[in-house]
Design a protein around this ligand. Structure first.
Ligand code: ADP
Ligand code: MG
Length: 698
């Protein structure tokens, strides 16, 4: 039965249409003003909104409400309260006040604060974010909120994101004013996160403790058929997967998430979903919601959705391409090459601002995508390397070079480019060709940041992007606002910026070894692992930047640094312990069993007839016995290193040890276990194999 999608879309979201329909006119206006300009509103308004929201939510079947927030670890957090309020007669009323809408006080003590919150002041509070729509899911009204400590420090990912959007808005408006665009009330960043994921059958998942506890396989020999035939990408979607995707789309549409594109990805069992882009804050909430819904809808189909960056070794991992731009409330995309000389000058200035930002703050962009999971991806010939660079495409690069050198532009344009005076040649969209190896690519009218991992919140990467670009724009505005010769200074500024920062531009193959060498020559960072990258977050320059733009205080940055490091150590520890458990409880018993079977066969054959050859059995048995010895040795090494982590009191030292010793020991143990898997009889290997997992969805 075909459904009425326009009617379905947003039916479970208290979106603009619902607000307009249900709020008194003046209340709606005042809420809109808050949403658009960030102006404060009174309790009267909050009460009226709460009332209308409650009535709407009850109609949608809600019995509870929750302040939904994004703590510094994990996906999202929620605590549900029912609307009921007992009456004297023994009955109940369904109540929801403006105060309950605006502010919540969850016991925050079990969320990580990185030392921000003293235990005697464990409370935190959640504050309604009216710029993101409330929605009803599973009988609960979800209210998007920011989460802060009582002294006002951010304990979540949304607060810094909102602050960074404000910072960019402020600086971008200074620049636009110089171009005479004084009517712009708000410059918002936009994001369209493309989400990759794996879909496997629940029956295989249930037999893999590593997938259950760590989200990725810790053991597993390569399957006979992997992705080498490249027959999965954009291939026909299997019936069961198609049914899942259809269901997923509908659930997302109901919640107002504009799911748009779906297709198979490179690896077997890998797929992608992309939404239509929206204002970053909303896009971030929607992406969190998308990840949630992906998992729950999978359950209904007897499937499991894996969002880990590297569920399977030797098979492509999953990322999240963060498409990013800046848009005015008047409808202009600031990364859209213009039609007029003035628009083109503005475009070039904004482009120069982004190039400068990415070059100056490569390290913190790298930090924004650092995690134990993403370490398996970055630099593994499938995702961009750990080196940050910008792809601009040949044509745009040529234009920038011509500007820098004050030279004519090839045969395409004879005249010397004079920004703000001459019109730029058109850049047809298809010339911004698809360099899939670039970590940060200009794709026509937006940048695509390809480093974030699939399980990430895009709040972090966007917070950094917004802040570093705000900083560039602020430097530019400082120069141009005091200029007596706007066009001349604009020209000089763009020229100078290109000259200073062109080392970050790279249009070639980012996966090649030559690039790593070349990047080193250019003096670019190559922060290979999370442990290498994280200390950059609390570098003086990084602190200065975030404090200047009021995105993080120094204390907040330190707390985040601590949490990220701790999280890294914990992840490695959980993985190591899971691996030890799997090896002891299943791999070793399987190895012993197979050795027993082989020995029994040898004895039986000898007994039956001393002339029978037992050479193949003996060879196999001694091979397995050798591997078994190695397995025990490496297991002992891993267990010892897990214990040794405790001797480090400094978190950074502990994290380094986790990377250099624990992780290395896991890799060594895995190599032997995988070799055993290949040589053992199928019924002596107690886990579903890679082939069985990757091709589990028929
Ligand atoms: P791809 O070929 O990489 O899939 P698409 O053109 O399909 O590229 O766009 C991918 C994502 O980029 C989509 O989510 C889309 O909505 C988003 N996008 C397009 N324009 C913008 C923009 N101005 N700002 C942010 N995201 C955008
Ligand atoms: Mg893309």
């Amino acid at each position: 039965m075909s459904k009425n999608i326009p009617e379905l879309f947003g039916s479970m979201a208290f979106n603009d249409t619902a607000m307009k329909e249900r709020l008194p006119k003046d209340v709606y206006k005042s809420l809109k003003r808050t949403i658009e300009t960030g102006k404060h509103f009174d309790l009267d308004v909050a009460n009226a909104v709460a009332n209308a929201m409650k009535a709407w939510a009850l109609e949608k079947g809600a019995t509870h409400f929750t302040h939904w927030f994004q703590p510094m670890t994990g996906v999202t957090a929620e605590k549900h309260d029912s609307f009921i309020s007992p009456e004297t007669g023994g009955g109940v009323l369904m109540e929801f006040s403006g105060k309950e809408l605006v502010k919540g006080e969850p016991d925050a003590s079990s969320f990580p604060s990185g030392g921000l919150r003293a235990t005697f002041e464990a409370r935190g509070y959640t504050a309604w974010d009216p710029t993101s729509y409330a929605f009803v899911k599973d009988g609960t009204l979800y209210i998007p909120t920011a989460f802060c400590s009582y002294s006002g420090e951010a304990l979540d990912k949304k607060t810094p994101l909102l602050r960074s959007m404000d910072a960019l808005d402020k600086q971008a408006k200074r620049i636009l004013a110089l171009f005479g665009m004084t009517g712009v009330k708000r410059v918002a960043t936009t994001a369209g996160p493309e989400q990759e994921y794996f879909l496997i059958d629940k029956s295989v998942y249930d037999k893999r403790p590593d997938l259950q506890y760590c989200g990725r396989t810790l053991l597993g020999a390569r399957p006979p058929k992997g992705q080498e035939l490249e027959d999965h990408y954009f291939g026909a979607i299997k019936t069961r997967v198609a049914a899942y995707m259809r269901d997923l789309d509908e659930e997302l549409w109901k919640l107002g998430v504009p799911a748009k594109t779906k297709h198979n990805e490179v690896a077997p069992a890998q797929h992608e979903l992309a939404p239509v882009f929206s204002v970053t804050n909303l896009a971030t909430d929607h992406n969190q919601l998308t990840m949630d819904v992906m998992k729950s809808v999978a359950g209904r189909h007897g499937l499991v959705c894996l969002l880990h960056e590297k569920p399977f070794a030797g098979v492509n991992g999953s990322g999240k391409h963060n498409n990013w731009s800046m848009a005015t409330d008047t409808g202009a995309n600031l990364l859209e090459p213009g039609e007029t000389p003035s628009q083109n000058a503005r475009f070039l200035l904004v482009l120069a601002a982004v190039v400068k930002a990415v070059d100056e703050y490569q390290d913190i962009l790298r930090v924004s995508v650092a995690s134990a999971g993403n370490d398996h991806r970055l630099g593994a010939n499938e995702a961009p390397p750990a080196i940050v660079s910008v792809f601009l495409g040949e044509e745009l690069t040529e234009i920038l070079e011509a500007i820098e050198k004050g030279k004519p532009l090839g045969d395409r344009k004879k005249a010397v480019l004079d920004i703000g005076v001459a019109a730029l040649p058109h850049f047809p969209k298809d010339t911004t060709d698809r360099n899939r190896t670039s970590p940060f690519a200009f794709t026509g009218n937006k940048f695509e940041f390809r480093m974030p991992g699939s399980s990430f919140s895009v709040a972090g990467p966007n917070t950094v992007l917004n802040t570093i670009v705000a900083e560039s724009l602020s430097c530019f505005a400082d120069v141009l606002e005091t200029s007596g010769d706007f066009t001349g200074d604009l020209n000089r500024l763009i020229k100078q910026t290109i000259g200073l920062h062109k080392r970050i531009v790279f249009n070639g193959n980012n996966y090649s070894d030559e690039w790593a060498k070349e990047a080193e020559k250019r003096g670019l960072f190559n922060l290979r692992t999370t442990v290498d990258a994280l200390p950059r977050l609390i570098d003086k320059k990084s602190i200065g930047l975030f404090v200047k733009h009021k995105v993080y205080t120094e204390v907040e940055l330190h707390s985040r640094y601590e949490i990220l490091l701790e999280n890294y150590c914990k992840t490695i520890r959980i993985e190591a312990l899971t691996m030890v458990d799997m090896v002891k409880k299943s791999v070793i018993p399987g190895v012993f069993e197979y050795q027993r079977q082989l020995a029994k066969t040898i004895i039986a054959k000898k007994q039956a007839s001393p002339d029978l050859s037992v050479e193949p059995e003996s060879k196999l048995l001694s091979g397995i016995a050798r591997l078994s010895d190695a397995l025990h040795g490496r297991l002992a090494d891993l267990e010892a290193s897990i214990m040794d982590v405790k001797t480090y009191s400094d978190t950074l030292e502990a994290a380094k040890f986790c990377r250099e010793k624990v992780f290395a020991n896991m890799t060594a143990l895995r190599a032997v276990a995988d070799e055993l898997e290949i040589n053992l009889a199928r019924d002596c290997w107690y886990f579903p194999t890679y082939a069985e997992i990757l091709y589990s969805v028929k």
